[in-house]
Design a protein around this ligand. Structure first.
Ligand SMILES: [Zn+2]
Length: 173
């Protein structure tokens, strides 16, 4: 819990290296403080739980991919399997059209859901069009937040690009 004299009314809570930080206005009474800390911690837990549930494991990811295929790609891409993988550090996602398998880097779990959905749509579109040609990009563009998600991932790549790896290495394939 941190008190801030600059804060008047707003309360904020977030996780910082494994600890929960709650920022409250300095003028709050001890009773207000207790009430707000309890409320914000509960809110944070609900948000994290909802996130875990919706991104979930491989089954949830498969269900999500099917829903995106139906919503944006006329249900044409029918993946045989969609899995989270931990060993994919250079790419956000990959697809093998021959056996219709899709893998997503578990690093994406920390990112907004629209970014995860973009990578899924990208890989699903490869089941229809394996190369990055104009037809492929017109399929991807059917996902309304494709541009925004690409911008987000480019920002992450620039932020983590150092030493020998260039930003271009870390791509959705
Ligand atoms: Zn691609």
């Amino acid at each position: 819990m941190r008190r801030s004299s600059r804060r008047r009314r707003t309360v904020t809570a977030y996780r910082e290296s494994g600890r929960t930080v709650v920022l409250i206005p300095a003028a709050f009474s001890p009773a207000e403080e207790r009430r707000w800390v309890a409320q914000m911690v509960a809110k944070l837990q609900t948000r994290e739980e909802r996130r875990r549930r919706s991104l979930g494991g491989d089954d949830e990811l498969m269900a999500r991919a099917r829903a995106l295929s139906a919503a944006h790609l006329d249900g044409a891409p029918q993946p045989a399997s969609v899995r989270w993988v931990d060993n994919q550090n250079r790419r956000w996602g990959s697809c093998t059209p021959a056996d219709r398998t899709i893998r997503l880097s578990s690093r994406l779990r920390a990112m907004p859901e629209y970014v995860v959905d973009y990578v899924l749509v990208h890989e699903l579109a490869h089941l229809v069009e394996p190369s990055h040609d104009a037809r492929f990009w017109s399929l991807v563009a059917r996902y309304p937040r494709a541009e925004r998600a690409r911008g987000f991932l480019e920002g992450v790549e620039l932020g983590s690009a150092h030493g020998t790896s260039s930003a271009g290495d870390d791509d959705v394939d």
